[in-house]
Structures are given as C-alpha cells and as structure tokens.
Design a protein around this ligand. Sequence first.
Ligand code: GLN
Length: 202
Amino acid sequence: MNRIGILELQGDFALHHRIFEEMGIGSVSVKLPRHLDGIEGLVIPGGESTTMSLLMDSFNLREPILSFATNYPVMGTCAGLILMATKVHDSRVVPLGLLDISVDRNAYGRQIMSSTEPAQFHFGEESFTLPATLIRAPKIIEVGKNVRVLGKCGEEPLIVLSGHFLGLSFHPEIDGISIFHEILFDSQSKYFWTILNQVHAA
Ligand code: GLN
C-alpha cells in the first residue's frame, strides 16, 4: 500500500508517521474530508476522544470516514479505539461504531497511573509478549461475537480485530512497535497475510 492517512484532529499522531516512515510506507495527514481521497487506510490515534468526537463533526468528517471504512482498513489506538467502538459509557463521545465493543474511558486510572504492562498477543501459531503502554486507557468491557480478541493483559482484552478494523487500548507507537501497522497496512509483511487468512477462515 502506498499511503496511509493519520487522523490529525488532535492527539498523538506524530509517532504514527514515524512508524510508517520506518516501514517505508508513506503517510499523510487527514484533517478534512478531501484528505481521504487517494489513501488506502486510516489510523485514528490516541488523544482525547471527547474532543476528537466534537472535531470530527465540526470538520464534517464523520460520514466520509464511515464510507471510507467500508472499503479500507482502519486502526484505532486508545482514544482511537474509543471512537471506533459501538458503545462508549460517556455520552460526550459519539463513536463511529466500526468495532462491536463497548468501552469504559479512563478505566485504568489517571495520567499519573500510566504504565507499561506486558500484553500477550497471539494469532495463528505465533504468540508474543509485547509492552503495552496504557495512558488513561479505555477498558474493553464487552466484545461482540464477530470481534476477535488478539491480545490481553491478564484477563483484560487489549487488542481486538473485526474484519479490517483493529483496535488497541494502548499506544504501540510510543514503544516503536510496528507489528499492528504491518498487520493492517503492509501487504509485504508476513503478519498481514496471517491475519487475512484468519479473517477468511473465520
Ligand atoms: N482518556 C482518553 C480518552 O478517553 C484516551 C487517552 C489516550 O488516548 N491515551 O479519550
């Protein structure tokens, strides 16, 4: 894939550009509906989901993102995961409903309780332990039947996949982890194919 968009309404988008740069994949900033033209995937970064929800409507991005998402992969990290959910236990966030999950905002505690925890990540025959940096992170409370949990910390789901939508409650970009960007956006990566095969087999 050539160019992936990163939603730059607010929040932590710079490090996602760096991950794509290291992968040799072009990334562009998405701030207006026309910026979705010609890209082949979208990252919704961490930040403040209440603000991002408001800005998404102020910039008339909601409908264009939903129609883009019918054809292209979307990944959300932290606040991005909240925006991709179907249900958010906070009426100030109007989510996109791309991932059939319900989430509780800030459920791992305040900013000062931010931490990096070991997450078990597994798919196909592979499994890893990865550092998961949680910053006022959302908890995934319910998972719909078409959503696959790919990673957990203890019993808590942290990584969910449904079709071409991937959501993470943590920030892989902070720890320089590119596997999730590879899974969804890099057709040269072995992980990309592993996931596609699983999706088709499901
Ligand atoms: N607490 C933020 C929210 O609910 C998410 C924090 C983050 O993206 N690191 O929007």
